[in-house]
Design a protein around this ligand. Sequence first.
Ligand code: VGL
Ligand code: ZN
Length: 221
Amino acid sequence: MAEIPLPRRSSSALIVTDIQYDFMPGGALAVGDGDAILPGVSRLMTSGGFPFVVATQDWHPAGHISFASQHEGVSPFDTLSIHGHEDTAWPDHCVQGTRGAELCADLPWDRACAVLRKGMDPESDSYSTFRNNWDRHGNRPPTGLAGYLRERGVDSVVLCGLARDVCVYWSAMDAVAAGFHTWFLWDLTRAVVPEKDEENRRELEQHGVTVCTMNDLLNAS
Ligand code: VGL
Ligand code: ZN
């Protein structure tokens, strides 16, 4: 197997994306097998050796623009255009203050130094933890996470969570663009549309993301 260069732990952050009840089995936007990643994510949070663990939380106001229910004649998972960009219409999910928006109690959240909430702008979505999706002015405003990490001396990020093809995917692309060495823990993610796994993986690698497994990480440390 090809040697995978691994992140220097002392300057790395583990980013745990959107581990919330609505993305778990039975949730409003359940990601197939989403709960299968919990033991591994928990292990990395507690004993992965990361000086920084950042959690993200999808946190939409009721009536959010990404909800199919807000668009006449649009069903969940249909494609639609939002501010001129093709996007997916989602079932209502992760509405602020609801049980579905809570972080799953199974994980050791006391290990997180920050919880970054995203998707709060009623008029635009935020898949990536680094930047919002396009707004009505054609901008993708940063969330501030890149600066937060840089000020703490972080140069590498390791990503896991949900969903592999949406929020983790966009976070990885933006992490590379922001200049971070970026690792994508494939086995600690699950996809909304697994049929696109190979295509997405290729795109990530083409953009400079290192795709690896939890064991690649643990075996090397
Ligand atoms: C997500 C769809 C809509 C995610 C969030 O966390 O991947 N996917 N909102
Ligand atoms: Zn969302």
